[in-house]
Ligand binder design. Sequence first.
Ligand code: NAP
Ligand code: ZN
Ligand code: ZN
Length: 352
Amino acid sequence: MQTKAYAAQSASTPLAPFTIDRREPGPKDVLIDILYCGVCHSDLHTARGEWAGVQFPAVPGHEIVGRVSAVGSGVTKFRPGQIVGVGCMVDSCRECESCREGFEQYCDGPVGFTGTYNGPVGGGFNTYGGYSAAITVDEDFVLAIRHKEEDLAAAAPLLCAGITTWSPLRHWNAGPGKKVGVVGIGGLGHMGVKLAKALGAHVVAFTTSAAKIADGKKLGADEVVVSKNEDEMKAHANSFDLILNTVAAPHDLDAYMVLLKRDGAMCLVGVPPAPHPSPAVFNMILKRRSLGGSLIGGIAETQEMLDFCAAHGITSDIEMITMQEIDTAYDRMMKSDVKYRFVIDMASLKAA
Ligand code: NAP
Ligand code: ZN
Ligand code: ZN
């Protein structure tokens, strides 16, 4: 099926209209008419070729909310007309230990999981994401969206920014009695603050932008620290159970490692194009601190997060854009000028 999309043809060309071919729904497939697609910093890293292994043409977009327009004969979980979501994955091997345990994002199969765009982690073929009018997805990788109609655009970023922060918050037991830091108030960070707060933790947001202090508090942070201010940073030494670091650029990790208490952990979710400077070993061994990382989240935990957010009225703070405005949105994202997630109204693509 010929489908309208927006693609980067190379790392140095702006995104532009492109026609892609979507498969007719097979027995287990759901065909989705895309209503909204969030704009993740990973879309920018991909479209601009900042990571190794990017395939072109690249059609980014993995925060998809849409309406089911058709289902295959064997589909049991979804029906036409239903509002659904698609996140960062559209397939995995389904047989390995990680897949069987519901952590498809860590699929140990021969090529790993299949990204919603840029194909399987191990390569082989390309896939096209949500900057498009429609997508065909196996029902096992489709999520039910239970938010109110008027919240659907703002629910789209939950499909990546939401689950990418939810999964480590749950894994490291963020909750009552825990002090949780979130570094970077961007797309991921602002969801991390909201979710950590909703889980009952004491939340401290770290920002490089003093202009975001008031917003950080509105989002739910108990405290907001401007990370360039050394005294403000020192006041939190040895006190965090968990720090979630969402920053998309290389920076000094030691500034945060020393804020962890004994046995505390910093989880990296930001994926800068170049490595961070190595953290100092002494900072880690003296208090048995750990440094880890986390990748998006499994399908079951994504549904759990979506249902938690629907029940608690949690959505993303968004700025709606047209498909045609995507490159300007990327440029603003590079300047940390996003409040706090761009979402593309896909009607603008369909009308063009
Ligand atoms: P974003 O909206 O651009 O937010 C990143 C935030 O980091 C900025 O708003 C800014 O917050 C802070 N920041 C930016 N440059 C900085 C610098 N040089 N030094 C310190 N802070 C800086 O991006 P996002 O969509 O949240 O994505 C963040 C990163 O996570 C990206 O690398 C993305 O690829 C990655 N990601 C990873 C996963 C995963 O599964 N692990 C999933 C999705 C995205 P302040 O203004 O508050 O400082
Ligand atoms: Zn993403
Ligand atoms: Zn697998």
